[in-house]
Design a binder for this molecule. Structure first.
Ligand code: TA6
Length: 296
């Protein structure tokens, strides 16, 4: 269902039989809402979010491509999140079975403008699927369509903002004992010690070569998010905490308490594609009552 969102921007609403839903803006190819069957919002979007191109949307799932963060010469997190994507009515077949599922296919291609800042031709296909249980799956396929024989290299992240009741009561499982790059310490490499990750100050880390399943436990709401990923070896964890939050104009002062970014990503070892080659990366989210969770 294609309709108008904030400021008249086009958005697509996906609905599932039990009442789960998701919303995707063509601007950014950006998921801005994911609701369970009770209508509860599972993603965080800032009340100060600006839905006005060329601003980035604070919350939901920004797509970081072709650059994660400020790791290269492009704008932070690349340009895909500030471009207008189009609906791809005739995508090449996907290996995953999307029957019985609500999904939308989007595409972003190089433009003459973007070639000036990133001199490559590419096709980025994004399928956003809402499964029968309300699972939200994002599958990206990026193809090098250069005609000059040149390879290109990129980093990538699904910059997912989870909505949590109280960050101080949240635990992340699946990253313990892993190596990470600490963005607050010049990207130095450390090893996570001890138990599950908890939050009591600013965190901005890239966990390296993580397991494919990460759990985010929201104790207050007795809910567990499960993040499963494929083709994306790393996982970014970010919360700005109070001081940094105050420096972010489109984030409310207390918003940090209700958000946690956990992002399937490929940061440490960039991906290189030769002309004609395609890369795939998938992130799948589910939200389940904690008591039903399999745990780690
Ligand atoms: O994913 C973590 C991070 O790269 C942080 O360093 C932080 O700056 C955040 O993303 C938000 O970036 P943005 O450009 O959306 O303000």
């Amino acid at each position: 269902e294609l309709c108008k969102g904030i400021n008249g921007l086009d958005k697509i609403i996906l609905r599932e039989v039990r009442g789960c839903s998701a919303e995707v803006y063509l601007y950014g190819g950006h998921v801005t809402s994911w609701k369970n069957e009770h209508g509860e919002e599972l993603l965080f979007v800032s009340s100060k979010a600006i839905f006005k191109p060329p601003k980035t949307i604070r919350g939901g799932i920004p797509i970081c491509f072709p650059q994660f963060s400020n790791l290269g010469s492009l704008e932070p997190h690349g340009f895909a999140r500030t471009r207008f994507w189009t609906i791809d009515n005739d995508p090449p077949p996907f290996p995953i079975n999307s029957s019985n599922k609500a999904f939308i296919d989007l595409i972003l291609k190089y433009s003459e403008e973007d070639v000036k800042i990133w001199p490559h031709r590419y096709e980025f296909r994004l399928r956003i699927t809402l499964g029968p249980g309300g699972d939200l799956m994002l599958t990206s396929r990026i193809r090098n369509t250069n005609t000059d024989g040149k390879s290109f290299t990129f980093t990538f992240a699904y910059h997912t903002y989870f909505h949590v009741t109280d960050i101080s009561e949240v635990r992340v499982e699946g990253l313990e004992t892993l190596d990470y790059l600490d963005n607050l310490k010049n990207r130095e490499r450390f090893t996570e010690q001890g138990d599950a990750i908890v939050f009591e100050s600013e965190v901005d880390k890239v966990y390296l070569s993580t397991p494919t399943k990460i759990a985010i436990l929201d104790h207050e709401r007795k809910r567990t998010f499960e993040l499963r990923k494929d083709g994306l070896p790393d996982a970014v964890v970010w919360n700005p905490w109070d001081k940094k939050a105050k420096t972010i104009p489109d984030l409310g002062d207390d918003d940090y308490k209700h958000m946690l970014c956990v992002e399937a990503a490929c940061v440490e070892k960039p991906i290189t594609l030769k002309p004609g080659e395609e890369w795939r990366g998938r992130q799948e989210l589910s939200a389940v009552p904690s008591s039903y969770c399999s745990g780690q």
